[in-house]
Design a protein around this ligand. Structure first.
Ligand code: NCD
Length: 527
């Protein structure tokens, strides 16, 4: 099948895997489907009808709504539906997930895997590993849909939530003012909102959670980078008293299973802070709706059950929307819908911007003038200069040793920490008489290990070439880096050999490609 459909074959591992326009397309098609369904109209334009398409439900964590809505959506499509039972498979005997998926992939001409796992980043890792495998054996790449991975993301819940918000607003996407209430720390449906709310052109988000349940800093930064106005309170009571409250409340349950003992001990106090009380009813703006991804706690729900029969109840309709949005998501990734999409598509990861600049040598600078400070000048060789310039001396020493170790510079030479010539800040210099050339790959490696340094190649006491190395947009392919999230798929032993991979985010932070955890530059290094 020729692929002129940009949505076909797409993996949905995180909410941002669909561009904003692609998400809007999903909402438009869902609206059309819902209307056709309600009026008894023709549903065939939405139906995949491919008996050779295998849809696998692989839920390695419990689920009711997500699993059942996907099961029903797959049945709507007349495709081969398979439910993989993790509890009675060799998965229990520590079989590798990659081996299992590979085998299931072999059973159909085309495959969609819908996966829920505790481990974070699994869909992205499988997309890569199975994608390579499919290319190797000349088969269509399988699709992976993340149905919730640990504390990371839950993109399809996100799409149904946004669809529900738009429906509430009569499809007006100019602005949303939404309150996110409850366990914002562990709730993956909330984390996906950092990108999903971009379906609205302007966003005000009120975060209502006690400190222990607060939204992790990385998602808050992402919201800020996406231009959201963010306001914060530590309890509903405080929020109500503030007076400026939203009419769209999104509650989440306390995810006790993901909390440490210390937080769990304070459960009732935390629960109280985010549970709605009857006495606040008359303080809500007109047309307020409450939403919740569900499940609610049987005895102590944050939205008490006396509200079930009131107009505040938006959550029942929300959960039904899970079915319709998932019917459309399957139709999109299977290529049934999408050929009429004409918005701005998903832009794959930026190609590596150049971060190595060759600096022109204007005059043949004499080496003695430039590198005489405290270290032995080289007549021929390499001088790495400006190492960790401006940092504290102990950090510069660490950086020098890191360069030597990682670039395997176990050769003759001298190095040290000195005052920079142009100011009173410190910098490191390494002088390496045995290194007479340096490859582009080594320069890239060096840029990752010691960004902002310069490399001078010296011949006959003159600088022959000089490179300035900036911070690279991605850091990967090093044994010495690791993601510091123990639930990440890259964690040693967690999965089948997924090497760590980071991309640069604002303020020189590095985000894990798989689980989305943000790190300070220095924290990705193990040395
Ligand atoms: C959510 C989930 O699993 O992340 N539920 C859902 O998918 N409907 C929220 C939750 O578990 O609280």
């Amino acid at each position: 099948m020729s692929n002129t459909n940009p949505l076909q074959g797409r993996t949905l591992a995180a909410a941002a895997d669909l561009s904003v326009d692609e998400q809007r397309y999903l909402y438009l098609k869902t609206r059309e489907l819902k209307e056709a369904w309600a009026s008894g109209g023709d549903l065939t334009p939405f139906r995949i009808r491919d008996p050779e398409l295998n849809v696998y439900l692989m839920f390695l964590e419990d689920s009711t709504r997500t699993k059942e809505s996907f099961r029903n959506a797959a049945k709507f499509h007349d495709v081969k539906l398979n439910v993989f039972d993790a509890s009675s498979s060799s998965f229990k005997k520590s079989e590798s997930l990659v081996d299992t998926v590979k085998m299931l992939f072999g059973y159909g001409r085309r495959s969609i895997f819908i996966m829920r796992t505790q481990m974070e980043g699994v869909c992205r890792a499988l997309e890569e590993q199975l994608g390579e495998y499919a290319d190797r054996i000349g088969r269509e790449r399988p699709v992976f849909i993340n149905a919730g991975d640990g504390r990371h993301e839950h993109p399809t819940q996100e799409y149904l939530d946004e669809f529900t918000f738009l429906e509430k607003q009569g499809w007006d996407d100019s602005h949303i003012h939404v309150a996110l209430i409850g366990d914002l720390n562990h709730g993956r449906t909330v984390h996906s909102k950092a990108d999903g709310l971009k379906a609205f052109r302007s966003v005000t988000v009120d975060l209502v959670a006690p400190e222990e349940l607060a939204l992790p800093a990385s998602y808050r930064s992402r919201m800020a980078e996406n231009g959201f106005e963010i306001r914060e309170w530590t309890s509903i009571e405080e929020y109500i008293d503030s007076g400026e409250i939203s009419d769209c409340w999104y509650f989440t349950r306390l995810q006790l299973e993901r909390m440490g003992d210390e937080v769990r001990e304070r459960e009732s106090e935390l629960r109280r802070a985010v549970t709605f009380r009857q006495r606040w009813l008359d303080r809500l703006p007109q047309n307020t709706r409450f939403f919740h991804p569900l499940p609610r706690h049987r005895e102590k729900p944050v939205i008490p059950s006396f509200l079930d029969g009131t107009p505040l109840n938006g959550w029942d309709g929300q959960s039904i929307n899970g079915y319709f949005t998932r019917v459309i998501e399957l139709a999109m990734v299977a290529g049934k819908l999408g050929s009429d999409f004409n918005g701005v598509g998903f832009i794959p990861e930026s190609k590596e911007r150049s971060f190595i600049t060759e600096v022109p040598i204007t005059r043949k600078s004499r080496v003695e003038d430039r590198f005489k400070v405290g270290i032995k000048p080289v007549d021929d060789g390499t001088v790495i200069d400006h190492i960790a310039k401006g940092c504290a001396p102990e950090m510069i020493w660490d950086r020098i040793y890191r360069i030597r170790r990682i670039l395997k510079l176990n050769v003759r030479g001298s190095h040290g920490v000195f005052h920079s010539t142009d100011s009173q800040v410190y910098k490191g210099i390494m002088s390496l008489p045995d290194i007479l050339e340096i490859s582009p790959t080594e320069l890239k490696k060096l840029a990752a290990v010691s960004p902002e340094c310069t490399v001078n190649l010296i011949k006959d006491r003159s600088v022959l070439a000089k490179y300035r190395l900036a911070m690279p947009p991605k850091i990967y392919n090093f044994d010495e880096i690791s993601c510091k999230n123990p639930e990440c798929v890259t964690w040693p032993g967690a999965f089948q050999n997924v090497p760590p991979h980071f991309y640069r985010t604002v303020s020189e932070t590095f985000t894990c490609r798989y689980c989305g955890k943000r790190h300070e530059y220095g924290d990705i290094w193990d040395l």
